[in-house]
Design a binder for this molecule. Structure first.
Ligand SMILES: [Zn+2]
Length: 238
């Protein structure tokens, strides 16, 4: 297992480089760039959160619940009356804070479950869903937010994998294959629940094709190639 600082630094560098690339290509705006770096870094720390760090988890969930509740009323502001909006605000906050939060913290206690690929995929898709469907953030930025959170978490799992291989290279990689986890038999019911939630999220996910088309559009990448080298080196190369 890599330690906290290693995870923080590697996740920050990885998400910083990747976000700068899509930012320079013009695929996200200033705010989106900062969000991607932040989400990628948070993603790199998420898998190690367990009952020992319940304070940051609670804080994170409180903030997420508030943003979700505000997003809901902003999304429905013109359709609903003031009283209905207040009820929606309370219901939205209560749902996130006491239903979703309850499920997630209970799973978090099972350390093996949070430290897995499907759990992180749920969080990533959840961010994309909330960002696009509730907060009305544009599709491209929403997909990037989810992907950066998920990507940061995958960097974390890969790092743990690397460290466990390194530590035990004398012992035939005894613990390898445990970090990049998709399923574990002792937690089969938790994994079943995870995959059901994941399937639902995939079904209701914002359209991926439009995002993919935009990524495949060569124009931003051509622009990036043009702006890759500083003028000084470009002149020297010519
Ligand atoms: Zn870890």
């Amino acid at each position: 297992m890599a330690n906290f600082n290693t995870h923080l630094n590697v996740a920050f560098m990885a998400s910083g480089t990747m976000s700068l690339t899509v930012y320079k290509a013009g695929l996200i705006d200033d705010a989106g760039f900062l969000m991607c770096v932040a989400l990628g870094t948070i993603g790199g720390l998420l898998p190690d959160l367990d009952s020992d760090n319940s304070t940051p988890i609670k804080l994170g969930f409180n903030i997420t619940s508030f943003i979700f509740a505000f997003g809901l009323v902003m999304h429905w502001r013109s359709e609903l009356s003031l009283l209905a909006l207040m009820a929606l605000w309370l219901a939205g906050y209560g749902f996130m804070r006491y239903v979703v939060f309850y499920i997630f913290t209970n799973m978090t206690v099972h350390r093996g479950v949070i430290h897995s690929v499907p759990y992180m995929a749920i969080l990533g898709l959840g961010i994309t869903y909330i960002s696009y469907d509730i907060l009305d953030i544009p599709l491209t930025a929403s997909w990037f937010y989810g992907l950066f959170l998920f990507g940061g978490a995958m960097v974390h799992l890969a790092l743990d994998e690397l460290y466990s291989v390194n530590l035990s290279n004398m012992k035939m990689k005894r613990s390898s294959g445990t970090a990049m986890k998709f399923y574990q038999h002792k937690d089969k019911w938790w994994y079943l629940l995870l995959y059901v939630i994941l399937a639902l999220l995939v079904y209701f996910a914002p359209p991926f094709d439009d995002f993919w088309q935009q990524l495949r559009n060569p124009a931003p990448w051509a622009k990036l190639k043009l702006g890759l080298w500083p003028e000084l080196i470009k002149n020297w190369l010519n």
